[in-house]
Structures are given as C-alpha cells and as structure tokens.
Design a binder for this molecule. Sequence first.
Ligand SMILES: Nc1ncnc2c1ncn2[C@@H]1O[C@H](COP(=O)(O)OP(=O)(O)OP(=O)(O)O)[C@@H](O)[C@H]1O
Ligand SMILES: [Mg+2]
Length: 323
Amino acid sequence: MEEKILEVNDLSVSFSGGVQAVSDVSFDLRRGEAFALVGESGCGKSTTARAILRLIRSPGRITGGQVRFEGRDLLELSSKEMSQVRGREIGMIFQNPLDSLNPVYTIGGQVTEGLVVDRMEKREAWRLAADMFRDVKIPDAEKRMKSYPHEISGGMRQRVMIGMMLCRHPKLLIADEPTTALDVTIQAGIIELMNDLRRKYDTAVLMITHDFGIVADMADRVGVMYAGKLVELGDVYTIFDRPLHPYTRMLMKALPVITKKEGRLATIPGTVPDLSKPVKGCRFADRCPDACGICRGAAPALTECQPGHLCACHKEKGGGAHV
Ligand SMILES: Nc1ncnc2c1ncn2[C@@H]1O[C@H](COP(=O)(O)OP(=O)(O)OP(=O)(O)O)[C@@H](O)[C@H]1O
Ligand SMILES: [Mg+2]
C-alpha cells in the first residue's frame, strides 16, 4: 500500500445560521494520486478544500475532525506554520485565476516571488520560472513573464497559476474547478497539462469538479458528496462501472446535459436539503427513487461494501434488502 500523504478524518465545517456545510467527511490521498471530489452545487466541495487549507473565514468554523498532511495535523499548526504549508507544500488553484493573481505585478514577478520566499536567489528563481512556463506550454515564455495578468487570456492565466504552484514542487495540489471558466478545448489542454506535470513531479492532486468527463480523464479515485457528506467513494473504474449510491447513478445519468459553459448539472429533480436544519434520515431520501421507511428514520453510515468501495446507503448494506 502506497504511503498516504493526506488523511482527512471526520472533518466538519459550519457557517453562521447553523449551516452545516461539511459533515464528518473522511478520505485520504496517496502520494502522486489524483482524487476527484464530485457533487452538485452547494454540496460542500469547496468548503472541504478550503478547510484542508484552513481558509475558512469567520464566522465560518471547522467544528471537528483532523486533517493530517504527511503525518502532521494541519488543524493544530500555528498560523505561521500553516502559511508555510500553503503554497510550498500544498499548492492551490481556484476557478478564477484572476482572484489569485495580483493585477499590479508582472506574472514573472509573482512566480519568482514565491521562490525567493523559499530562499532562492532571484536570478535562479527567474530561470526556474521561465523553465516552468515552458513546461506549462506558455509560448514565448521569457516575454510572457513580463506581462501583467490582464494582458493574457483566461486559459493562459490558468497555465500561469499551475506553473506558479508547481514551481515550488508541492506534494499536493488542490484544484477547485480550475477549468470551469474556460472553453472546452482549452479545458482539455489544461487537464492534459496537469496530467503530464503530475507524472513528471509525482504531485498528488485533489480535483474538485462537476464534470465526470474530467473525472474520467484524470482521477484515480472518486469521492461523491451530497449535502455536506461523502456518500460514495471508490476507484474511478468501479465508480463508473458499478456506482452503488442512487445519487451517484443519477449524477452520472445527468452527464450528457452538463452545460459546458457553466459546468452545472441541471437535471436531477429536487434540490439539496437546507443545510441549516438537522436531517433525521438519509439526506438524499426526498430525491431518491428507492427511498423507504428506514431511509427517513436513520442516516446511513459510509460503509465498505467491497474492498476500497464505500457507500452510504441503507440498501447497499443489506446486499439489496432494506435493513
Ligand atoms: N462563506 C460562507 N458563508 C456562509 N455559507 C457558506 C459560505 N461558503 C459556503 N457556504 C455554504 O456552504 C454550503 C457548501 O458550499 P460550497 O461552496 O462548499 O459548495 P460546492 O460544492 O463547492 O458548490 P459549487 O459546486 O457551487 O462550487 C452551501 O450551502 C453554501 O451556501
Ligand atoms: Mg465550489
């Protein structure tokens, strides 16, 4: 069994108004592995990613759990220690790279800044950044480094972000819908690029996406989230071949109608329950075609149905019978 680089145990996050955005989420990532977190809008994917990086803003709060990164519990680190983990050991890419790039500095300046923080000499940092720009296939790398973020296209900016993160050789890259704002062909190029770089640097990736196409192109394992909980987890082949949770099945059926432009799923009837109210039974019961009495009475636990394949559904535990 390969070494685990990240272990998330029973992570819970709440926002004001009692919104329980993430409830007891547990999963792990092995070195170099790509793990995709999928689910509809509002299921808690971004909140999970932000909690791992301790980027939940008050009054939002991590209310429980552990995030172990290479054995250290990130939730126990001081803010200073945590800021050293961010960027250097765990890279992050968000949906809109303009949010992460500073408009008043050249992109080359921003990339080298991180390296200089890591105590690299400035000229060496510039050379390494130029190499990385070539790696992320930015044409005319040296010249582009002198451009400002608004002078390059969205796809290029996202390449810059990826390059900027990978320059520092993080062991884990968290990518929250990095291609949703881009058009389909550019999106495919970015995914290919991330796969190449992942192989080259053996970086583990936590990928957050709505798009099962991206999951198929990239992920080794998949976690499906619904209403703040993980409802299914398994390797990518198993999840595609034999999805067990009715929600996963419905999500996958919705695949052909993902609107590429917005990346949103539009076709599962009903909505995610109000996360500010306690839910007694299974959170998916109101939308589930197979729901019955027990589903409304008790919440199903995430249970291993086959080695490495976990599902939180009353039906699955009893091998098909309701228990
Ligand atoms: N800063 C915040 N303050 C209050 N509630 C929040 C905040 N951020 C997220 N939430 C709530 O937490 C829940 C989970 O949101 P989150 O952004 O994690 O979902 P998501 O799965 O990433 O959705 P999307 O696919 O739309 O990005 C939602 O109910 C959302 O309204
Ligand atoms: Mg999100």
